[in-house]
Design a binder for this molecule. Structure first.
Ligand code: TRP
Length: 373
């Protein structure tokens, strides 16, 4: 069986470090591993519209931003197929058929949807009196549309963050249900989670559980060097760590979580003794050593933050340079999306044919039914 990847992001803003460690960095490794026959990366504009129906302009503007983030992070259009979801209409048709295989009750139990409904304030009033209150039906159903995205490409592997686990489980149920009712047609995908615990969910710079645009606690892949330094300096740490000499907490300290996600042994070689404070300098050979010193007292937040900012800027600098190059010729980026979308549509159309055949709703191809030649 072919090994096929499908994954994607909602274009509601530029991509940030949470996206990078949670998924994007892995995609680039997978792309370069040569282990996959096909890789589809989708800009999920239709899904973004499920809770932005009144702001399509935001979604529209962010399509190119996400594409620039992808390409500057290292996705290579000669190896992966980047496409725009709403330009592949077969996905919508598949969604409509799959809707009959899922119950409202099952969707209501999806923990990610539940949490998102709460976060967006959709559940505040259910009497329909307030236009803003209530859950848009399209939003409620997006796990089904996500199953269409995955199955349309017969994806075997879906690399995503932990919050997407319930979506993949729901997709697998739809596949099993479809295949048992209509005969074997669809492929059941596997989720591929980040392998480093810190990457499962990168906290915001404010220490809140997740980086999120609406909370203003993100570091974006396209942030300038100065912005990164400013944001890292303002990061939440251990509020009980007042003096350098005080013992500090490592667990739940976002600076350490970021270091867990980004720091590699060579960073210690490169930056050891670069940062010199009044009472100490940064002389560690491993993150474990730095953590032990922080716990014991004697490692200051500022020094630690300088180290983190240097690592982040080192990681982001090549992306900034590629972005600046790509921004000089945006039509070329749109052309990558157009080509990718055409190729994606051809694959999705084939799956839709298979689906209609299995469901026996391909009436005009069925001469036994119609007597047509
Ligand atoms: N839900 C994903 C996100 O929030 C985007 C997405 C849409 C997706 N369809 C998908 C991810 C299919 C993986 C597979 O970013």
């Amino acid at each position: 069986m072919e090994k096929i990847i499908l994954t994607g992001d909602r274009p509601t803003g530029r991509l940030h470090l949470g996206h990078y460690v949670g998924s994007l960095r892995r995609r680039i490794e997978l792309q370069n591993s040569g282990e996959f026959d096909k890789i589809f990366i989708m800009i999920a504009d239709a899904q973004a519209l499920t809770d932005n129906a009144d702001n399509p302009e935001k979604v529209r503007q962010n399509i190119i931003q996400v594409a620039l983030d992808y390409l500057s992070a290292g996705l290579d259009p000669s190896k992966v197929n980047i496409f725009i979801q709403s330009m592949v209409p077969q996905l919508t048709e598949l969604t409509f058929y799959y809707m009959n295989l899922v119950t409202v009750q099952r969707l209501q139990r999806n923990p990610t949807v539940k949490q998102e409904i709460k976060m967006r304030g959709f559940s505040e009033s259910e009497d329909g009196s307030d236009n803003k209150a209530g859950t848009p039906v399209g939003f409620f159903c997006y796990p089904i549309s996500q199953a269409a995205d995955i199955t349309a490409f017969k994806a075997t592997t879906v690399p995503v963050g932990e919050d997407q686990e319930p979506m993949i489980e729901q997709c697998r149920e739809i596949v099993r249900k479809f295949n048992s009712v209509y005969g074997p047609t669809l492929v059941e995908p596997e989720i591929l989670l980040p392998d480093n615990a810190a990457c499962l969910r990168l906290p915001g710079t404010d220490g809140k559980a997740k980086m999120s645009k609406s909370l203003g606690n993100c570091i974006y892949l396209s942030d300038s060097e100065e912005e990164v330094v400013r944001k890292v300096k303002g990061m939440f740490t251990d509020p009980g760590h007042l003096q350098v000499s005080d013992p500090g907490k490592v667990e739940g300290n976002p600076v350490f979580t970021y270091l867990d996600a980004f720091c590699r042994p060579e960073h210690f070689e490169r930056y050891a003794s670069c940062f010199v404070g009044k009472k100490s300098s940064f002389e560690f050979h491993s993150l474990d050593e730095a953590k032990a010193q922080y716990r014991a007292g004697g490692l200051g937040d500022m020094m630690l933050k300088n180290f983190l900012a240097a690592i982040l800027n080192e990681t982001l600098e090549p992306m900034r340079q590629r972005r600046a190059e790509l921004e000089k010729d945006l039509p070329a980026v749109w052309e990558i999306l157009r080509k990718g979308t055409q190729a994606a549509e051809a694959v999705a159309a084939q799956t839709l044919d298979d689906v209609r055949k299995s469901m026996r709703i391909n009436y005009f191809d069925d001469s036994e039914l119609t007597g047509l030649k």
